[in-house]
Design a protein around this ligand. Structure first.
Ligand code: SF4
Length: 93
């Protein structure tokens, strides 16, 4: 009898590069469920893992950031492993 495969879920890990962030604030305006701003207007993450529709919101926020400060990693996560399948920074502007 074989063991069942562990559940794998696809998530997007989100980070903000503090060197590139210049406090425009678009991310927090567009996706307040993911981003907030500190007292100086620099972005920080409410939750660094986005799934489902929130993952699409994270991708769009990265595209909108004028300084390409938002880093995304597409990840397949299971209880035993974590595989980064794609890494990107910013959009296509
Ligand atoms: S949109 Fe980009 S530059 Fe502006 S606060 Fe967010 S991460 Fe920083």
């Amino acid at each position: 009898m074989s063991r069942p495969e562990p559940a794998t879920r696809r998530i997007v890990r989100v980070r903000v590069n503090p060197i590139r962030c210049t406090a425009f604030g678009f991310c927090a305006e567009f996706a307040p469920e993911l981003f907030a701003l500190d007292d100086w207007g620099y972005a920080w993450l409410r939750d660094p893992k986005a799934t489902g529709e929130l993952a699409d919101v994270a991708r769009e926020a990265a595209r909108l950031c004028p300084t390409d400060a938002i880093i995304l990693e597409e990840v397949e996560e299971s209880p035993d492993t974590l595989v980064v399948t794609r890494r990107s920074q910013g959009g296509t502007h």
